[in-house]
Design a binder for this molecule. Structure first.
Ligand code: LHQ
Length: 259
């Protein structure tokens, strides 16, 4: 437990819980620092193969703590975004391990951006996304303008970002903003089951796949085909590929080591 962030590592799965339920897990400086440092630490920990990000209580995250912004010593907004938010988003995208957002309740402002930056989003039935930036005269940040069009397409992204209506979980599922919606009571068990399935995969192949999906947004088909061939060469030379073949031949589950 550090500064509004709970970190539980259980076998190959790390669960990070934003933990200021009385303020809907709104992000303070200590939380942002703890989240960034924890993600970097986990990125270097080969024993962790999947990460779950969730919130304590009834919210996922209400974005920036607005009371903190009223403090006389609050950093200028541009500095806050560059130095405290952007490193978290970069860490989520650059770490090898997939991150599953278990969106247990409202995800607003930078809280929505955090969920968008994860690899997989699974939502509880009562959850909702709110692009709350406009209501307080700010612009979407922490990657929201980049992730949204890629997740839901240009037309819906513009509607969501400019009109700003809340998006309930069922609509989020329909438009592809989340990939699964489950009853609230089942959320963490479902997230853990997904994480365990990811964690049972070959870590190198999983990491290469995560990177290839991200790169696909900025390259053409020829480059993607070329890149896939190179990555297949790398994955194909791994001990885990040999183990996968042996396990198939011997009709048993593979035991991947990440080598
Ligand atoms: C909060 C917050 C909150 C503090 C609820 N802060 N206390 C980046 C860089 C730097 C600066 C600026 O921004 C950014 C990016 C951003 O994230 S900007 C967007 C910031 N977030 C918002 O504007 C969302 C503000 N919150 C809301 O609109 C609502 O609370 C939502 C829609 C999230 C939930 O509504 P309700 O379910 O009706 O809950 P509530 O409003 O009653 O909130 C419950 C408590 O949580 C309440 O405290 P209280 O003491 O009255 O019980 C709120 O004040 C507190 N809370 N969000 N962001």
């Amino acid at each position: 437990m550090t500064d509004g962030l709970r970190v539980d590592i259980d076998g190959p799965v790390a669960t990070l819980t934003l933990d200021r339920p009385e303020a809907l897990n709104a992000l303070t400086v200590p939380m942002k620092v703890a989240l960034g440092e924890t993600l970097n630490r986990i990125a270097a920990d080969r024993s962790v193969r999947a990460v779950i990000l969730t919130g304590a209580g009834r919210a996922f995250c209400a974005g920036q703590d607005l009371a903190e912004r009223e403090q006389p010593d609050a950093a200028p907004l541009e500095v806050e975004v560059r130095e405290r938010y952007n490193p978290i988003i970069r860490a989520l995208r650059s770490m090898d391990q997939p991150v599953i957002a278990a969106v247990n309740g409202v995800a607003a402002g930078a809280g929505a951006s955090l969920a968008f930056a994860c690899d997989v989003r699974i939502a509880a039935e009562g959850a909702r996304f709110v692009l709350a930036f406009g209501r307080i005269g700010l612009v979407p940040d922490s990657g929201a303008t980049w992730f949204l069009p890629r997740l839901v397409g240009a037309a819906r992204a513009a509607d969501i970002a400019l009109v700003g209506d809340p998006i309930p979980a069922d609509e989020a599922l329909r438009i592809g903003l989340v990939s699964r919606v489950v009853p609230a009571d089942d959320l963490m068990a479902e997230a853990r089951a997904l994480a365990d399935r990811v964690a049972a995969g070959a870590p190198l192949a999983i990491a290469l796949t995560k990177g290839a999906l991200d790169r696909s947004w900025s390259i053409d088909l020829d480059e993607a085909l070329d890149g896939e061939a190179k990555l297949q060469g790398i994955a194909g030379a791994s001990a885990d590929h040999a183990e996968g073949l042996a396990a198939f031949r011997e009709k048993r589950p593979p035991q991947f080591t990440g080598e």
